[in-house]
Design a protein around this ligand. Sequence first.
Ligand code: ZN
Length: 82
Amino acid sequence: MNQQQFESFTASSLYCEKCKAAMPVRERLLLVLPDREIFDYLCAGCGSSVGRREITAGEKLMAQAMAGRRSGRSGARHQLMP
Ligand SMILES: [Zn+2]
């Protein structure tokens, strides 16, 4: 039940304790694992790490599908549950 937290975590700005404000963040690929990728979020102001996010293979596929979705194809891909 941490939906709100999750949403703020995936936003493009996060609260930075050093800057004491919500700052824009840069996403940096930290680690690539067989089933997930771990991203580090760095404050654009001071460069300190303000968050971390794991993207599983399923999420990545979904993100790619969303990013690659251009005008045209209306047939949504079915997401297969593992
Ligand atoms: Zn900062």
